[in-house]
Design a protein. Structure first.
Length: 164
């Protein structure tokens, strides 16, 4: 089994089809998908929270994406996920729907581990991830820098029971 950039492309293409404005042809030219996904996620979060944009452009319930953690073959089934649900959509099952779809797609694509980092005070995200089989691996101290402040994160992972 060999995963490739194409699995990441499929996830990103889903975001594009949802109306986030990146031309599909761009995906064929991306050399560093992890860096590009990070930039895309930053852009999407800004777009979702920018009151100066027309509401039609901001009206998204949320998004979910993943990126392979390494180009090394031994990690070909490990991906980092990112999930965002708008404040207006929280508590309405959007996160569950996004995560259920991603987990199923990831397993179909041969991924055996999904991981993410969450700020420790984000109880809602940690509870959602637990419902989908994620477990706490540990705390990563001073790993994130938010608004100039070093932050700890909780590292969580989900091991597939399907992909062995």
């Amino acid at each position: 089994m060999s995963l490739s950039f194409n699995f990441v492309t499929v996830i990103c293409a889903g975001l594009i089809e949802a109306g986030f404005g990146y031309p599909s042809s761009l995906l064929d030219r991306i050399k560093h998908p992890v860096m590009w996904i990070g930039a895309l996620l930053d852009r999407l979060e800004r777009q979702l929270n920018d009151p100066s944009l027309p509401e039609a452009e901001r009206r998204r319930n949320g998004w979910i994406a993943l990126a392979l953690v390494s180009a090394r073959g031994c990690y070909e089934g490990v991906a980092e996920i990112s999930v965002y649900v708008t404040a207006e959509a929280r508590g309405r099952g959007v996160g569950s729907e996004l995560l259920a779809t991603l987990v199923e797609s990831a397993e179909r694509g041969g991924l055996w581990t999904l991981q993410t980092s969450v700020f420790p005070e984000n109880a809602a995200s940690l509870a959602l991830l637990r419902r989908f089989g994620f477990r706490v691996v540990g705390t990563r101290e001073r790993i994130a820098r938010l608004h100039g402040v070093w932050r700890d994160t909780v590292l969580v992972e989900r091991r597939s029971e399907v992909v062995t």
